[in-house]
Design a protein around this ligand. Structure first.
Ligand code: HEM
Length: 156
């Protein structure tokens, strides 16, 4: 049992701290490998999880991307996700949950005036008891929806 209200129990598989490795690429950049730490945590009685993430370059250990947000449970099988990034990008998603797969498709991606152009993205997160893996794709810098990230994390 977690601190989630009973009607939000479908979020439970995500709760915890996860660590592992990912691979990034995109048609416009050099591919890279990264280390990642993710946390999904509860606030008692609230129907959402607090999400934080930080990454480092797998070779040099230099800090790379970081982001934070919330996953909301809205109805059976239905979830929403908001994420803000220090690069001036904000993602607003609608999603579904089925058989441990959280599938999010952006409704809006909003950017600050100086941020790089990102117009849409998808996040597909698959959770089993001890493994969280995901695929992230984006429509950005003139490219159609194309994979940018894949990662496999283990429960800490
Ligand atoms: C695990 C998380 C992430 C990591 C480690 C990561 C890492 C990187 C790296 C190393 C680059 C290449 C930078 C360069 O060559 O100058 C890059 C480019 C980029 N990333 Fe990510 N990224 C992550 C998540 C995201 C997310 C969530 C978005 C958008 C919502 C995003 C959007 C972009 C864009 C638009 C580019 C630039 C493409 C271009 O200018 O050609 N990234 N990312």
């Amino acid at each position: 049992m977690s601190d989630l209200p009973p009607e939000s129990a479908q979020l439970e598989p995500l709760i915890g701290t996860w660590k592992g490795q990912g691979h990034g690429d995109y048609p416009t950049i050099e591919s890279f490998d990264y280390l990642e730490e993710v946390s999904f945590s509860t606030i008692p009685t609230k129907p959402f999880l607090v999400y934080t993430q930080k990454t480092r370059h797998a070779g040099t250990g230099a800090p790379l991307h970081t982001e934070a947000g919330y996953v909301r449970s809205v109805a059976p099988g239905r979830v929403e996700l908001t994420i803000a990034q220090p690069t001036g990008i904000v993602e607003v998603h609608s999603g579904t949950i089925e058989d441990g797969v959280f599938a999010f498709v952006s409704d809006r991606v909003v950017t600050t005036p100086t941020a790089v152009d990102v117009s849409a993205c998808t996040r597909t997160i698959t959770v089993t008891a001890d493994v969280l893996s995901y695929v992230f794709a984006m429509e950005a810098v003139g490219e159609p929806l194309t994979k940018h990230l894949t990662a496999r994390l283990g429960r800490v």
